[in-house]
Design a binder for this molecule. Sequence first.
Ligand code: ZN
Ligand code: ZN
Length: 365
Amino acid sequence: MAKLKIILLTATLIVTTHVVFSQPIVPKDRPIKFQNNYLNFEPPGLFEFLKWRWHALIDGHPKSAQAPTPRIDADLAFIHANSQAGRQMQPTVTWIGHATALVQFAGLSILTDPIFSDRASPLSLVGPKRAHPPGIALKDLPHIDLVLISHNHYDHLDEASVRALSTQAGGSPLFLVPSGVKAWFKDVGISNVIELAWWQSHRMRSPSGTVEIVFTPVQHWSGRTLTDRMDTLWGGFAVFADDFHFFHVGDTSYSQDFQDIAKRFTDRQPDQGFDLVLIPIGAYAPRWFMKDQHVDPVEGVQIHKDLRARQSVAYHWGTFSLSDEALDAPPAALAAARQEHGLSESAFAAISVGQTLRLPLRTAH
Ligand code: ZN
Ligand code: ZN
């Protein structure tokens, strides 16, 4: 029995090294630079982390997926033509994988939390490995105008991906990042960066007029090493064009922040909320460990309702295994949550990797 325990502990430590770069371990006595509005988040300590990995190992989590994440060939001809359409651009969202999506509206092509690399990790051989190729390869992207980075965790801020984007033909996109993240970009040699605190906004010109992007609170945390936990901010992005309102949630646990966001924007949205909201639905199990970091699909549906979303699309699932649920569990849990809330399948869709949804203009509703 003692021998078995030693074997299990050794295995736990191996698994620990495997996932440590995407998960929280923090010395408890460090001062914290940024904090949430409704939760004094303390990144779990080593004990909680090992407890989680130990139980996952004993219980055999995550189970393997019954089916691969659905993936289709992206309609590159349409996406590229649409990127050149200027004022005539049709609003679209294409899921590339994890929290990476290409969103087009107001004549702009926007990328959220781009990760095209094989692993969500600082190392090329260790760390969560992607389960499918990106829905659009980096080389096949249209010209990207704007990149929205929600926070600096490895699965949302990938060095190789942002480096590649910064050298795209036609010049670097603008990177909007949370407070404190600009210094990291400077270190990797990228300068077309604006950092925002909560409720700060940036206005940019687009073929269809001025677009305003507001950085909002969500409930999460940040950190790329053992010593920089909570040193930089995290958040969501509300993007307002005349004919389309978009929200990129990023990573979040559930909080009153979403009602605050809806309230904050009621003047701009008297009759309807956001035309498109990207909501994370994966990396939620086990709840005792994940509930302060990531929503589950039931809470995702609550965000959809809080933001009065006309259309929500699920992301942050199916690409990297970061938690105890099987890689294909989130959409099934989302289906149950939709049913519980009387929501149609199309209102909060789990689309395939590579799939493009074409959406109506705000004025067309
Ligand atoms: Zn995160
Ligand atoms: Zn994440």
